[in-house]
Design a protein around this ligand. Structure first.
Ligand SMILES: NC(=O)c1ccc[n+]([C@@H]2O[C@H](COP(=O)([O-])OP(=O)(O)OC[C@H]3O[C@@H](n4cnc5c(N)ncnc54)[C@H](OP(=O)(O)O)[C@@H]3O)[C@@H](O)[C@H]2O)c1
Length: 276
């Protein structure tokens, strides 16, 4: 048990909610955040200290950080950058504003929030930044270009930040889950309906497969794990003396991580282009 403080983004469902519950049960003082009022209410009812936080909105980031630091007397041990969504669609069908929306949340929001809390952690001489990346942060798969690009961007920022934090007592870790059961596909389907026009696309036939995958009940692919598998890695990243730079979570992540290291790009492409 411990009394360390952790701020988590995207706690309305899935991995964020599971980690908020798991860390609270472990004795952490958890600041659970969500962007919708009904989710803020739901989290309060579960007994969390809650703040509204939409990471696509700089004002919201500023207000949430200020409120958390007010409550803790200016301290924060851990930040789990979990919030994010997947924008499906072929690269050719991504309008500029669509990929901007993807980056506003997954990349720019994550970076801005991280940069808001880093001075606090540097001042304390300790802290843990955890970033929820993906298997798609190192392996590109068809019709996931916007999401792939956003997670690759996070990997680049985290890899650089890690070098710049040496000696500060602050560590940054990436979590690379692979398939985890959550509301991810429901939310991705909503973004597909909002931003992609399949009828006018040269990929319209492929979009039927994509829709079927997003709408499938139960796990979409084999080796899907529950969000508790991510919680385990988050606990390690918070508690290990020397946290890992990367945490693989599911079998597909270990497999593709290995294959990416040993196979030439053309062989990887043969494999990856078959992924629906
Ligand atoms: N599930 C997987 O297979 C998987 C695999 C690899 C990586 N991940 C990553 O894991 C993270 C959590 O996803 P999940 O699987 O738990 O899916 P999820 O159930 O859809 O949860 C996503 C969370 O992010 C929140 N969110 C989205 N945009 C936000 C914004 N602008 N500001 C604040 N919160 C925002 C959502 O809030 P709303 O309810 O308001 O939309 C929700 O709480 C994401 O970063 C995702 O990329 C998931």
């Amino acid at each position: 048990m411990n009394d360390k403080t952790v701020l988590i983004t995207g706690c309305s469902s899935g991995i964020g909610l599971c980690c908020a519950e798991g860390l609270q049960a472990r004795g952490y003082r958890v600041f659970a955040t969500a962007r919708k009022p009904e989710d803020v209410r739901m989290l309060k009812e579960k007994g969390f200290e809650v703040h509204r936080l939409d990471i696509a909105d700089s004002t919201s980031i500023g207000e949430a950080v200020e409120a958390v630091l007010d409550a803790t007397g200016g301290k924060l041990y851990g930040l789990f950058n979990n919030a994010g969504f997947g924008q499906p669609g072929a690269v050719e069908d991504l309008r500029r504003e669509v990929i901007r929306e993807q980056f506003e949340t997954n990349v720019f929001g994550t970076l801005e929030l991280t940069n808001r809390v880093l001075p606090v952690m540097r001042g304390q001489g300790e802290g843990r930044i955890i970033i929820n990346s993906s298997i798609l942060g190192f392996a590109a798969m068809p019709y996931r270009g916007a999401y792939n690009a956003s997670k690759y961007a996070l990997e680049g920022l985290a890899d650089t930040l890690r070098l710049e934090l040496v000696g500060s007592g602050v560590y940054v870790s990436l979590v690379e889950p692979g398939p985890i059961s959550s509301r991810f596909r429901d939310n991705a389907y909503a973004m597909y309906l909002k931003n992609i026009e399949p009828e006018t696309s040269c990929h319209r036939e492929k979009y039927q497969d994509l829709e079927a995958r997003l709408l499938k009940q139960g796990p979409a692919v084999p080796f899907t794990l529950g969000p508790e598998a991510v919680l385990k890695r988050v606990i390690h990243a918070l508690e290990a003396k020397r946290p890992q730079a990367r945490y693989y979570v599911t079998f597909p992540t270990y497999l593709f991580g290995y294959l990416k290291r040993v196979l030439p790009t053309s062989w990887m492409d043969e494999l990856l282009r078959r992924v629906e």
